[in-house]
Design a protein around this ligand. Structure first.
Ligand SMILES: O=C(O)C1=C[C@@H](OP(=O)(O)O)[C@@H](O)[C@H](O)C1
Ligand SMILES: C=C(OP(=O)(O)O)C(=O)O
Length: 440
């Protein structure tokens, strides 16, 4: 864990250059965010449930392994109607001792300590070196305030041990979640199982990634939980979850719309057309914002029975946009912006400095090394397009850096992506899907 060395880091993947307009249909695997919430809620339910078309990637397999280590049954199967791949989740009394490898998954490191507080026995959390640097204080401090006992040798970060007592008081808590919306989601997801439920009040500067909090609330309600939110006429920045049993559900996971991004970007960058089947008509996924953002950058899209079809116009325009709600889209938007016919300003994403890597620094450095002109601002990037040349695009163990580099490679010959295998965090089949899109 802490010392894992991945020998594939030095491998270089020649990013395919597009010889013309792409025309493809790409089936994008399931959403990381929905799969990992679905697993947690199913594990906390009072009865077995189904998760159909789950994403199988590093982040979701780590989540499943962690829940299994705490005693939850997760079995391979076909869904109740006999169709499609599925996981059957069989809740049981959560227990330690157990060890959880969080890898570098924000969802695992934030969503599971509250689950561990409900377990009987100690649960040790460890992960990749980068996981030690990612913010976790909101979850740790809140759990302590709600009655949990936690040993955090690294004070406010991983590695740590949650000494679960089999139950947690819960109640009211204040946190500063400006560094990650996942603090709020984490406390809400386990909230129905706390003796008094939970009331989370965010204090501090702006909260990022609101659609992900709405996803948490929607999925809790779908499992029968009662949740009061600021949107529903409640107090601003306050969420309240009533204690109660969660239902076992039969949930089909939507395609990951943030992972659809590089494929839609390919249509934009090559003046081509890409269809993503099963694009949901209504969703809380932040990737849905790509319909608007990429349209503004020079394409058009149509949502039909066949899915979402995005068509590039042949020109790519710069954009001035606040991405605070949809921060995980930033690397892909920056890649497209570097190829545009006018400058871009991406705002509202200072918290990306504490994502998989410092994404603002990494994008600036890697695009500039290909001849670009990117500067960091206090909360984002200024991107002035310039003619780019080939070279190595480093990825810093960040799946979205790898896909961003691939987008640039479509338009710029000779781009080589270092460690494309890092896409396994959320999209293990990326190189194959990319080649398939290009007809290779
Ligand atoms: O809850 C979730 O599933 C996520 C929330 C967001 O985290 P932050 O609010 O930390 O950016 C997002 O960037 C991440 O990829 C997934
Ligand atoms: C920020 C991301 O992931 P995580 O869930 O690890 O925070 C991401 O996928 O862009």
């Amino acid at each position: 864990m802490g010392m894992t060395v991945n020998p594939t880091h030095t491998a270089l993947w020649p990013a395919p250059h597009a010889s013309g307009a792409v025309a493809a249909t790409v089936h994008v695997p399931g959403s990381k965010s929905v799969t990992n919430r679905g697993l947690v809620l199913a594990a906390l339910a009072a009865e077995p449930g189904w998760l159909r078309r789950p994403l199988r990637s590093r982040d979701t397999l780590l989540m499943a392994a962690a829940l299994r280590a705490m005693g939850v049954g997760i079995e391979e199967g076909v869904g109740p109607d006999g169709s499609g791949e599925a996981w059957r989740v069989i809740p049981s009394g959560l227990r330690g001792p157990a060890t959880v490898d969080v890898g570098n998954a924000g969802t695992v490191m934030r969503f599971l300590p509250p689950v561990a507080a409900l377990a009987d026995g100690p649960i040790r959390f460890d992960g990749d070196p980068r996981s030690y640097e990612r913010p976790l204080h909101g979850v740790i401090d809140a759990l302590r305030a709600l009655g949990a006992r936690i040993d955090d040798d690294n004070r406010g970060a991983l590695p740590l041990t949650v000494h679960g007592g089999g139950a947690l008081d819960g109640g009211q808590v204040e946190i500063d979640a400006s560094s990650s919306s996942q603090f709020v989601s984490a406390l809400l997801l386990s909230g129905p199982r706390f003796n008094q439920g939970v009331e989370v009040r965010h204090v501090g500067s702006a909260l990022p990634s609101m659609p992900h909090i709405r996803m948490t609330v929607d999925m809790l309600r779908a499992c029968g939980a009662q949740v009061d939110t600021p949107e529903a006429g409640g107090e601003p920045n306050v969420w309240r979850v009533t204690p109660g049993a969660l239902l076992g559900r039969d949930l089909t996971v939507e395609p990951d719309l943030s992972n659809a991004q590089p494929f839609l970007a390919a249509a934009l960058v090559t003046g081509g057309r890409v269809t993503v089947p099963d694009w949901p008509a209504r969703t809380t996924q932040p990737g849905d914002a790509l319909r608007q953002i990429f349209t503004e950058m020079g394409g058009s899209c149509e949502l039909t029975e066949q899915g979402l079809t995005f068509t590039g116009s042949g020109s790519i325009h710069g954009i001035d946009v606040d991405l605070s709600e949809v921060g995980e889209l930033t690397p892909g938007i920056a890649a497209v912006a570097a190829l545009a016919d006018s400058p871009s300003t991406l705002r509202g994403v200072a918290h990306l400095r504490l994502h998989e890597t410092d994404r603002l620094a990494a994008l600036t450095k890697e695009i500039n090394e290909l001849g670009g002109d990117v500067t960091e601002t206090a909360d984002g990037l200024h991107i002035r397009p310039r003619p780019l040349h080939g070279g190595v695009f480093h990825t810093y163990d960040d799946h979205r850096m790898a896909t961003a580099g691939a987008i640039i490679g479509l338009a710029v010959p000779g781009v080589q992506i270092e460690n494309v295998a890092t896409t396994a965090k959320t999209l293990p089949d990326f190189p194959e899907l990319w080649a398939g899109m290009l007809g290779n």
